[in-house]
Ligand binder design. Structure first.
Ligand code: ADP
Ligand code: MG
Length: 353
């Protein structure tokens, strides 16, 4: 649905050229919810504005729904933009217009008659849960309600694509969740392609199918949300994820003497990651049954969901004879999970063991 090829964007500023995008290639399929995450200044807003040509790339090609956007005339571009709705962090509502009139605004601009506008706006009010607020003004609404108006307005022209630039960044966590649910619902009901710009990994995790990490104007890493969460490659990605998934050892082991060598009184610490179906598989119970002479201590565990898939993480400690521990590790390695060796700790160094 959206294909960006070799996009570059350099701004001119009084202090010289600012390269904001340095060769971006992205392919976003129809119906996907695609997240783009990056730090402030990474180029996210520039990138999303290059999709509807609110910013014209300095170089590269933008294809949306088969149209080569940069080759369109001004009139053709106006028409093509009706297929691309956009919502913003600060909602960008008209403060002197009612909820109804805000949603009707793009339709009036394009000369739609009032009867048709009503037919359009009323179901949209319902879709976003504001049927009782039609005659209120933005100042009478909460942040979440304002964003609902923004969403309804963006949907008024029946777009095929919805661009969301930090759409929940001004909202509290609970309101954020409700807006993310609404966007998900709209994606499912209307088969819209959704591009989500954010600096919060939680938004990516709760909403998106795919994610690209943008860093200083380039795509550092991309993939399905599940892949990127469970197997991040770049330091910047790991950093974003670490906010959500603590990768730290339990407090008792931090700064402690983690050794790389086995010794008889040591515990081998393993970090296990279970994804999808395997999160329900009693792998550990199987290991304990098969290797009763290896003692297994659970030090940390949690179960979460990513893109609707169960995702479990655990840190365990194993102690016993070296070759039996080795065999138990091989048993785990043959299962559908990810196994990482943290190191060995001596039993008497740690109260937790
Ligand atoms: P993000 O949305 O990820 O915070 P932006 O796309 O807004 O990042 O900005 C990327 C870079 O481009 C930043 O260094 C920013 O200062 C610069 N930039 C953005 N807009 C302009 C502009 N209109 N003129 C000059 N520089 C700009
Ligand atoms: Mg931005």
């Amino acid at each position: 649905m959206i294909k960006l090829s070799h996009i570059e964007k350099t701004y001119d500023s009084p202090s010289g050229p600012v390269p904001a995008l340095k060769g971006i290639d992205l392919h976003i399929a129809k119906g996907e919810i695609y997240g783009i995450i990056g730090l402030s200044g990474a180029g996210k807003s520039t990138l999303v504005r290059c999709i509807n040509l609110l910013e014209r790339p300095t170089a590269g090609q933008v294809i949306v729904d088969g149209k080569d956007m940069m080759s369109l005339s001004a009139a053709e571009l106006r028409e093509a933009r009706k297929d691309i709705g956009m919502i913003f962090q600060h909602f960008n509502l008209l403060s002197s217009a009612t909820v109804y009139d805000n949603i009707a605004f793009p339709l009036r601009l394009s000369g739609t008659e009032e009867g048709k506008i009503r037919e359009k706006v009323e179901p949209l009010l319902k879709l976003v849960g504001l049927e009782n607020k039609a005659s209120q003004y933005p100042s009478q609404l909460s942040g979440g309600q304002k964003q609902r108006v923004g969403i309804a307005r963006a949907l008024a022209s029946d777009p095929k694509v919805l661009l969301c630039d930090e759409a929940t960044s001004a909202l509290d966590p609970q309101t954020t969740r409700s807006i993310l649910e609404l966007i998900k619902d709209i994606n499912a009901k209307l088969h819209l392609t959704v591009v989500v710009i954010t600096h919060e990994m939680q938004v990516i995790k709760d909403l998106c199918d795919k994610v690209a990490v943008i860093d200083k104007g380039i795509i550092a890493e991309e993939g399905t949300v599940l892949e990127v969460f469970t197997n991040p490659k770049e330091p910047i990605t790991k950093e974003f994820i670490s906010v959500l998934l603590s990768n730290e050892l339990p407090v008792a082991f931090r700064g402690g003497a983690i050794q790389q060598e086995y010794s008889e009184d040591s515990y081998l610490l393993l970090r296990l990651t279970f994804i999808g179906e395997s999160a329900d598989d009693p792998v550990l119970a199987g290991m304990i049954r098969q290797f009763p002479e290896v003692e297994c201590t659970m030090l940390f565990g949690d179960l979460d969901q990513i893109s609707g898939q169960p995702f479990g993480r655990m840190i365990i400690g194993l102690t016993g004879r070296k070759e039996r521990i080795q065999a138990a590790m091989e048993y785990l390695a043959a299962k559908d999970l990810k196994e990482e060796v943290i190191g060995y700790v001596r039993r008497h160094d740690h109260a937790a063991l």
